[in-house]
Write a protein of this length. Structure first.
Length: 365
């Protein structure tokens, strides 16, 4: 069977999950799989590496960092080039901006074909204008070194075309979760609203805190839950909120338990690729209020299977959350539609489509 080398610096959150699902799924399909990864982003990532090794997946640590670091980046390129020579992969799949750049530099124009998944281009994130222009220029310069690009959302697909990728190079493959044929057993939902995610500007923890504060004032007696970690100032502000249970960022079962205990999930992100948490909430029967960024609107439609709000709009978030808490019929109608909709985003489909891209680039010219 062919051999694929997965490369990822951002071993955290959704990209970490994507890597794990892809590596294990491809291994189940008979592929030889190796992973060249950074080790410092998430302390829990070690459990993934143990699982990889137990399944015969090669693990190759590479000292990659998110920020630009000319010396460190040069050493990472050299290390990756050595891994490629040793592993001799038939295809390389690089994920997110930093690993995407380093992998394409390491391979050059004569190495194995590189498939690239941005998981939200860096120039689509919040940053100073000149920095975003630099990120866009770097991405454009890497187009000739990229055999195929996998976009997780239509917005990402359009951004890739605007960079200069040919339409036949770009494949739209949304994230997927394991299929669960039966509906989850309903349990008492202790929490009115939950927020789950890193305490950072991207995930909108500041927006969630502001919304929960206003909601608590107008709906006394409700309980809220916040699961995550990160910004200490956000943690301090959470301590001042009434009726909020703060939980440490947990593994997948902990997230699923919290979703099952919550009536509504708020997703006020300022930018996204295609959030796994959205899919998991839909599967769990938890109503969703989400900012319409990235791939969110590929999955849900406002008023059909979720309530979609403008980004960076606390007032709209509060109104949407209150609607769902005050109208059980609306909440149940949306969650029923969401369970039907999420069936279109299966892990099996994601892996099969990704494997199809690999086989496409391996076909003789």
């Amino acid at each position: 069977m062919p051999r694929v080398l997965q490369v990822l610096e951002a071993t955290i959150g959704g990209t970490r999950r994507h890597l794990r699902d892809l590596c294990l799924g491809l291994r189940d399909r008979g592929w030889e799989v190796d992973a060249a990864v950074a080790l410092r982003r998430d302390r829990g990532f070690g459990s993934d590496l143990e699982l990889f090794r137990s399944r015969g997946i090669g693990v190759w640590p590479v000292a990659m960092v998110r920020r630009p670091a000319p010396v460190g980046d040069g050493l990472a390129v050299r290390r990756l080039a050595g891994v490629v020579r040793q592993v001799r992969p038939d295809v390389i799949h690089a994920h997110s901006t930093k690993a995407g750049l380093l992998a394409r530099l390491a391979v050059g124009t004569r190495g194995p074909p590189v498939v690239y998944t941005p998981h939200c281009f860096a120039f689509e994130m919040e940053a100073p204008r000149l920095r975003r222009a630099l990120y866009r220029a770097v991405e454009r310069a890497c187009v000739p070194r990229t055999a195929r690009l996998i976009a997780v959302s239509r917005a990402e697909q359009q951004a890739a075309l605007e960079l200069g990728y040919a339409p036949e190079q770009v494949h739209l493959i949304p994230n997927g979760i394991p299929s669960r044929p039966e509906s989850p057993v309903e349990t008492p939902r202790r929490y009115a609203v939950a927020f789950i995610g890193r305490f950072c500007r991207q995930k909108g923890i500041d927006l969630a805190i502001a919304a929960l504060r206003r909601l608590a004032a107008g709906h006394p007696g409700l309980e809220f839950a916040v699961m995550g970690s990160g910004d200490r100032a956000a943690t301090a502000r959470l301590d001042d909120l009434p009726a909020v249970t703060v939980l440490p960022f947990g593994d997948a079962p902990a997230v699923q338990r919290l979703l099952a205990e919550s009536r509504v999930l708020t997703l006020p992100s300022r930018w996204e690729g295609l959030p796994y948490l959205l899919l998991e909430a839909m599967e769990a029967g938890t109503a969703v209020v989400a900012a319409g960024v990235g791939g969110v609107t590929d999955v849900v439609t406002d008023g059909r299977d979720a309530l979609v709000i403008p980004a960076d709009d606390v007032a709209a978030q509060v109104r949407a959350l209150a609607r769902l808490l005050d109208d059980d019929a609306l909440r149940l109608r949306l969650t029923a539609a969401a369970r039907r909709r999420v069936a279109a985003f299966s892990l099996e489909t994601m892996i099969a489509a990704t494997e199809g891209v690999y086989r496409d680039v391996l076909q003789p010219a």
